[in-house]
Design a protein around this ligand. Structure first.
Ligand code: BT5
Length: 248
């Protein structure tokens, strides 16, 4: 069914009460040439996280996948994930949640002062293209909105738990408008990301296929990779290589 949004961003909305995965639906639309469609669902029954992990998507969440066809190179694709993280965090902060960004793809709420947090949202970005050109890119965004924490995995939080329920239509509208602003001005993504980052300044452990990196997260590169100061010097880890990042 069509849902009317007072959107100032140029997305059409493809809404489903229940769906397997909004990312799968978005991929189908992208393969058929669609652009600027936001696939939305109240509930997902087969949603995915990164690296084939499960994502829990009960009714009441904001589960949205955005089909975009930008003129960017694959090297710039991580900026789309960071732009989505900034958009989620800003929309959640407007809703009264102390949302911060955990590199590379989580929006979290800090617990105490020692780097601990609960996960409010995650992003799964998928894309297709050539070595020098992106055909389509789909940031898939999952925000625990009007959901009891009991219905979520350990370590998760929700907007309901942090600040009370939101009008999901308005929340999605703000999220899409913010995302549109940042994708249209990619140079603004990293500065906005820095302002909201929980990870910078933390001592972290990153697991990657080539082995773990432990040290202080000191910076982020122009292409969204994390710079870690280790005992042996600086290491730069790309988002694609990050299996887990934990404060240590
Ligand atoms: C992510 O993966 O954080 C990306 C999640 C993307 C979900 C969206 S929803 C719309 C779209 N359609 C899809 O099918 N997917 C996208 P990752 O970094 O791999 O984190 C996954 C881990 O987070 C799991 O292993 C759990 O530990 C935890 N987790 C699962 N569901 C959660 C939830 N609802 N809230 C918080 N943490 C969760």
């Amino acid at each position: 069914p069509a849902v009317e949004f007072g959107l100032e961003a140029p997305f059409s909305v493809d809404y489903h009460e229940t769906i397997g995965s909004t990312n799968n639906r978005a991929r189908e639309l992208a393969a058929n040439g669609a652009a600027d469609v936001a696939v939305l669902a109240d509930e997902q029954t087969g949603s995915r996280g990164r690296l084939d992990r499960e994502w829990s998507s009960p009714s009441g969440g904001v589960w949205v996948s955005i089909v975009s066809r930008p003129t960017i190179t694959p090297a710039q694709a991580p900026l789309y994930t960071l732009a989505a993280a900034v958009a989620i965090a800003r929309a959640a902060r407007e809703a009264g949640v102390d949302a911060r960004i955990k590199w590379p793809n989580d929006v979290v709420v800090p617990v105490g002062d020692d780097g601990d947090y609960r996960k409010l949202a995650g992003i799964l970005t998928e894309m297709e293209g050539e070595t020098d050109r992106v055909d389509w890119i789909i940031p898939g965004i999952g925000v625990n909105a009007n959901i009891d924490v009991d219905a979520l995995p350990e370590g998760a939080t929700s907007i309901r738990d942090e600040a009370g329920d939101v009008d999901r239509r308005l929340f999605v509208q703000r999220l899409l408008e913010e995302f549109d602003d940042y994708r249209n001005d990619l140079e603004t993504v990293i500065p906005a990301w820095r302002d909201l980052a929980l990870t910078l300044g933390q001592r972290v452990r990153v697991d990657r296929p080539a082995g773990e990196v432990v040290g202080e997260a000191v910076d982020i590169t122009d292409s969204g990779a994390l710079v870690i100061e280790t005992d042996d010097g600086q290491e730069t880890v790309s988002a694609g290589d990050c299996e887990h990042l934990r404060p240590v």
